[in-house]
Design a protein around this ligand. Structure first.
Ligand code: PRP
Ligand code: MN
Ligand code: MG
Length: 179
């Protein structure tokens, strides 16, 4: 698996320290509020697990599963909810947790969908932002790292469901794409 890596883009140490900073910022911003952290399966799981431990507030979390990419490296633009939130989000401060904002299509759809349920607020925290690929305007409220327009894997991000467990964010060798 590590043989498939061309280069590491964000190290584990950089990830951990940036996630701690994001947690501190979110802790300040949501003090005294009822916070629901909503992780988008599956990519956001590793980031979210680390992030919630850096948010020093009482909170709840839940997960949404959506599908847009499949095994492809480019977005089809089609978003489907495969698993929804378990409770009503009316009056709740929702913080969507994502691993990456790429075209923005997933987030645009989710924000619109969630707003229709009358939450108190909807904000977005993403570990990675790739603004060079945006197709629709979505600006994350909190972002870990801005990255260039390269396909990345690791720390939750996959290629064909593989590489999610890498403890860093990396660029694959071209040979890794050949199945
Ligand atoms: C990826 C990524 C984001 C989304 C970003 O998820 O985890 O959720 O695509 O792309 P966009 O900004 O172009 O919409 P994917 O659909 O690959 O599912 P996964 O999280 O299960 O890997
Ligand atoms: Mn995802
Ligand atoms: Mg994926």
């Amino acid at each position: 698996m590590e043989n498939d890596i061309a280069r590491v883009l964000v190290t584990n140490e950089e990830l951990k320290s940036r996630i701690a900073e994001l947690g501190a910022e979110i802790t300040r911003d949501y003090a005294g509020k009822e916070l629901l952290v909503l992780g988008i399966l599956k990519g956001a799981v590793l980031f979210m697990a680390d992030l919630v431990r850096e948010i020093r507030l009482p909170l709840t979390f839940d997960f949404l599963a959506v599908s847009s990419y499949g095994a492809s490296t480019s977005s089809s633009g089609v978003v489907r909810i495969l698993k929804d939130v378990e409770r009503s989000v009316e009056g709740v401060h929702i913080l969507i947790a994502e691993d990456i904002v790429d075209t923005g299509l997933t987030l645009k759809y989710l924000k619109e969908n969630l707003y229709r349920r009358h939450p108190e607020s909807v904000k977005v925290v993403t570990l990675l932002d790739k603004p060079g690929r945006r197709k629709v305007e979505v600006v994350p409220d909190y972002n870990g790292f801005v990255i260039p327009d390269e396909f990345v894997v690791g720390f939750g991000l996959d290629f064909g469901e593989k590489y999610r467990n890498l403890p860093y964010v990396a660029v694959l060798k071209p040979s890794a794409y050949e199945v």
